[in-house]
Design a protein around this ligand. Structure first.
Ligand SMILES: O=C(O)CCC(=O)N[C@@H](CCC(=O)O)C(=O)O
Ligand code: ZN
Length: 339
């Protein structure tokens, strides 16, 4: 089956790269175990077992096109599902988010897709391919969850990324903010199983893909930062064995532990760094790693009389980026949760 489903292409990566958005032909097959496979759109494929499933699982990658390791992992899982070397015990929707940026080998082409969700695509130029794609992704995910069987008890979404820079904590998760929600032990167990021992707990609603599934689709979801951005073929996939193994277990329908065996450290956002004007000065070196610790009293940025100085306990930086337009986020300062 593997050899034929994406014919004449070798796998979903090649098929997605070779297919223009307006040329995609939906495909449908039933595997010998009864699993229904449907290619819904370019880079969007659904597997549905013919047994009662309790989980609807969305696995996405390539929302940023140059974050290739998760794309390689997802493609290999899809190959194994098609070859029936990987058991399909749950409904799964796989999404390769941004085919144009994948082809260009860039984070995005016209607009950062991971700022277009929760309907924010409506306020953008609707002629742009990435804007239309974000709208479609919302619709595919909403339909996938709406069509879940009566046996379904949980909706999960893991949006797999790699970060631009090194990280003092190699892998980390971002847990979207939903008022009144706390991170369940079962999701900590998922992170532990995937070798992700750091979680950034957002305190504000956002317009990322994982925020959309958490806020509007009632899913447990994360943005997973699983390593560092590298071109296709240059990833050390042994560094991604935890997520690969854990996604495969979930897809098979195998139970994960109810609570983590190893600690998962929580960090909360203490300050959002914003580039406030053209005079804004940023005192963080360009090559600083994510989760670098800054001691109390360190000045992080200054804009005239306004400044940010680390308070009375250490803070940790993530996603620092000075090369952004005025008004946009230039990084986050975090505090580590105690206990
Ligand atoms: O490495 C960086 O500086 C950026 C990594 C990245 O793309 N992170 C995601 C996080 C999404 C979230 O907050 O859930 C993003 O900025 O889209
Ligand atoms: Zn990313």
């Amino acid at each position: 089956m593997t050899a034929f489903f994406f014919s004449p292409h070798k796998n979903i990566i090649r098929h997605t790269l070779a297919t223009r958005d307006d040329e995609v032909a939906p495909r449908h097959e039933i595997l010998s175990a009864g699993t229904e496979v449907t290619l819904l759109d370019n880079g969007i494929i659904r597997f549905e077992p013919n047994t009662a499933s309790d989980t609807s699982l969305v696995i996405s990658c390539a929302v940023h096109g140059n974050e290739t390791a998760p794309i390689e992992i997802v493609s290999a899982i899809i190959d194994d599902l098609l070859a029936e070397d990987q058991k399909c015990g749950q409904r799964v929707l796989f999404i390769l988010g941004n085919p144009w940026a994948m082809e260009a080998g860039t984070r995005f082409v016209d607009v950062n897709m991971n700022r277009l969700f929760c309907g924010d695509w409506q306020h953008q130029d609707l002629t742009l391919p990435e804007v239309k794609r974000a709208a479609k992704l919302e619709a595919y995910v909403a339909n996938f969850f709406a069509e879940e069987p009566v046996t379904a008890t949980q909706r999960l979404h893991y949006d797999c990324h790699t970060a631009i820079r090194d990280s003092a904590r190699e892998r980390f998760a971002v847990y979207p903010f939903v008022a009144g929600r706390t991170l369940p032990e079962t999701q900590k167990a998922f992170l532990d199983s995937a070798d992700v021992h750091t979680v950034l707990l957002q305190q504000q609603a956002a317009n990322t893909f994982s925020s959309f599934t958490s806020l509007q689709q009632n899913a447990e979801s994360f943005t997973l930062e699983l390593g560092k951005v590298r071109p296709f073929g240059e990833n050390d996939l042994t560094r991604f064995e935890g997520i690969d193994r854990t996604l495969r277990r979930l897809i098979a329908g195998d139970a994960l532990p109810d609570s983590p065996i190893n600690p998962v450290d929580g960090f909360t956002v203490h300050h959002t760094i914003e580039k406030t004007s053209e005079h804004w000065e940023f005192f963080v070196e360009d090559d600083v790693a994510n989760f670098t610790e800054f001691a109390p009293g360190t000045e992080i940025w200054r804009d005239g009389d306004d400044a940010y100085i680390v308070g009375d306990e250490p803070e940790y930086i993530v996603f620092p980026n000075r090369d952004i337009p005025v008004g946009q986020r230039a990084g986050l300062m975090l505090r580590k949760q105690s206990g």
